[in-house]
Design a binder for this molecule. Structure first.
Ligand code: NAD
Ligand code: ZN
Length: 238
């Protein structure tokens, strides 16, 4: 059986389907991944800006970068892959989407059972009182200030070197450990803990599939690797 047909059959027979997505699914909407050359802003790499140290040193620079990314993302729409995953959720028995993306495109496509493990670029968090709120201003006022306590706001994003929210990691691990099919779409498999989800699901006996334009760190352990663009391949699963 060809890999796609095999995956389709597994999905239609699944009691519990979990999908893990990464920057590749949004690349098809025109949102740059970090690892491609489009990931650069001025001369900075994401790893130099998306850190607590960078924010402590120069919050204005970090906010300028996020403002630029928010402006870019605000012009992008969910693509056929985001829409197909929202459809799968409506059809399937038990469905859980875990995304490393912060762009909000899964939400815009209608996904509801969704854990955004790296946060959301359209949310801000107060560095003083901790309150979290939506903020869609583009451009955002620099530097943005909390309306409750006048503390400095930061993006509600999990930065390099920071821990994921405990509730998010628990929810994700529970879903991954109890699913019978795990589908991994557009993620390089180098950013932990999500990079470990494929092998975890495999150890629990799940069928694990990957959709990516190229082989990844997970390709050798998956049952099926489909090579292609997310927006072309994911809709074929319906
Ligand atoms: P990554 O940039 O490390 O990897 C992207 C993966 O997508 C690669 O394996 C690449 O081969 C694949 N890919 C590229 N185009 C594709 C397409 N059209 N169809 C299918 N696959 C495609 O991204 P990552 O693994 O998600 O991890 C990087 C980190 O960067 C994450 O923490 C994430 O939060 C963050 N990030 C998020 C966004 C976003 O929200 N859209 C964008 C860039 C980075
Ligand atoms: Zn505050």
């Amino acid at each position: 059986m060809d890999p796609l047909a095999q995956l389709k059959e597994r999905i239609s027979g699944a009691r519990s389907l979990v999908v893990l997505t990464g920057a590749g699914i949004s690349a098809d909407s025109g949102v740059p991944t970090f690892r491609g050359t489009d990931g650069l802003w001025r001369s900075f790499r994401a790893e130099d800006l998306a850190t607590p140290e960078a924010f402590a040193r120069d919050p204005r620079l970090v906010w300028e970068w996020y403002d630029w990314r928010r402006g870019l993302i605000s012009t992008k729409r969910p693509n056929a892959a985001h829409v197909a995953l929202a459809d799968l959720e409506r059809r399937g028995p038990s469905f859980h989407l875990i995304t490393q993306n912060v762009d909000g495109l899964h939400r815009n496509a209608g996904s509801q059972w969704l854990t955004e493990i790296h946060g959301n670029i359209w949310m801000v968090r107060c560095t003083a009182c901790g309150s979290v709120e939506p903020n869609h201003d583009v451009p955002i006022a620099l530097l943005p200030i909390c309306r409750h306590c006048r503390g400095l706001l930061r993006p509600h994003i999990v930065w390099f070197g920071e821990a994921l929210a405990a509730a998010d990691i628990q929810q994700s691990l529970k879903a991954v450990q109890s699913c019978d099919v795990l589908l991994v779409v557009g993620t390089s498999g180098v950013v932990y803990p999500a990079a470990g989800f494929a092998s975890l699901a495999k150890e629990q006996g799940a069928f694990v599939a990957e959709i990516n334009i190229e082989p990844t760190g997970n390709s050798h352990i998956v049952d099926v690797a489909v090579q292609g663009r997310a927006r072309d391949v994911v809709p074929l699963l319906l």
